[in-house]
Design a protein around this ligand. Structure first.
Ligand code: TXA
Ligand code: MG
Length: 327
């Protein structure tokens, strides 16, 4: 459930952003750690709070299509097509950056990632902050580098925390994130569009919209920190198996936290100390995935064992995050 937008909290958040502070911003994908994209000092704080290497570029969150040509140049027609179809929503487009976009955002590259989220709190904050000059909000996921992304305010409180004890000036509580995994990233700066990160906007949706193939990006594509092998990992080691029941005997001397289809959980042995029934629908699986990983991790088992879900276009993002969690 998404609580109604608290306009007072939004105004307080704008004040924080004006003073180079950091706000945890709910979006439909995951919570973001927001700072003024034009403010080098604010963006430095984001990197410090996350302990993220500064060469990793950040996404700038904007009000929509009308702000595209403030932030990017040489914008291909495909960007407008995608903005009209999928914004506001879980799609990030990599475009050639405008001159004024700082190195602190782009990690020194000549491209910029732009996204217009659909979560009502994010929309309200971005709109209130943007003003008439199309100002943007830089926001990576609000987690320590390499950890699981937060899909509710409590995840942010538990990881980065709120000041004075924690690192975030203000945590906005906009409820649970609908989508549950980070936005799809499409690179539109090459000869052909390519996917840099899978998300709820699937390859099929992008190909339908653009009328051309949209393959995964190759080695030469721009850097994406989510593409590091070990990203999104719980502290507990994760193993993926094709069949949970068949795999359990080999782990009988270990305490396990488990996620698998309900029918595989009917007779779990005593060494399984925590389990979740996996959703059969990809959107529901995605929605719950990070919260489940957080809880499986919190069980302090020796091992997290997850049965690989189905294959197919709508499962790409889930498969990708599970593979990284297990890397
Ligand atoms: O759903 C999302 O995209 C969330 C919410 C908060 O909007 N944000 C998010 O940010 O996932 P972050 O920083 O955790 O991941 C952004 C990814 C990174 O892997 C980064 O390397 C890539 O986007 N990225 C940003 N700008 C880029 C650019 N100019 N070229 C290539 N990759 C870029
Ligand atoms: Mg992230």
């Amino acid at each position: 459930m998404i609580p109604p937008v608290d306009e007072r909290a939004i105004r307080a958040a704008v004040d924080v952003l004006e003073c180079s502070g950091l706000v945890a911003m709910p979006t439909e994908t995951v919570y973001g750690l927001a700072g003024n994209a034009d403010d080098e000092k604010a963006v430095k704080k984001i990197f410090e709070a996350k302990k993220r290497p500064t060469t990793h570029p950040l996404i700038v969150h904007i009000t929509g299509e009308e702000a595209l040509d403030h932030w990017a140049v040489n914008i291909p027609q495909s960007a407008y097509v995608l903005a009209r179809l999928f914004w506001p929503g879980p799609l990030t487009m990599i475009l050639e950056k405008a001159d004024h976009v700082g190195d602190w955002i782009t990690g020194g590259q000549n491209t910029v990632g732009l996204r217009c989220p659909s979560h009502p709190w994010a929309k309200a904050l971005i709109k209130a902050f943007a003003g008439k000059h199309h100002r943007g909000i830089a926001a990576p996921s609000a987690n320590t580098f390499g950890r699981i992304s937060p899909t509710c305010a409590q995840h942010v409180r538990d990881d980065l925390g709120e000041k004075p004890k924690g690192k975030v000036d203000l945590i906005l509580d906009g409820g649970d994130c609908d989508v549950g995994v980070e936005s799809t990233i499409i690179n539109l700066t090459g000869e052909h569009p390519e996917i840099l990160r899978h998300g709820a906007i699937t390859r099929h949706m992008l190909e339908e919209a653009l009328g051309c193939p949209v393959p995964d990006g190759g080695k030469d594509s721009p850097r994406v920190s989510g593409s590091l092998k070990s990203h999104y990992a719980p502290v507990t080691k994760v193993v993926l198996v094709d069949d949970l029941v068949g795999a359990l005997p080999q782990f009988q001397d270990k305490k396990l936290a488990v996620m698998a289809p309900a029918q595989k959980l009917q007779k779990t042995p005593a060494n399984v100390i925590k389990w979740f029934a996996a959703e059969a629908d990809p959107a529901q699986y995605m929605h719950a995935l990070y919260a489940r990983l957080h809880e499986l991790d919190a069980a302090k088992a020796d091992l997290i064992v997850i049965e690989r879900p189905a294959q197919g276009d709508r499962w790409d993002a889930v498969q990708d995050r599970l593979t990284r969690a297990a890397a």
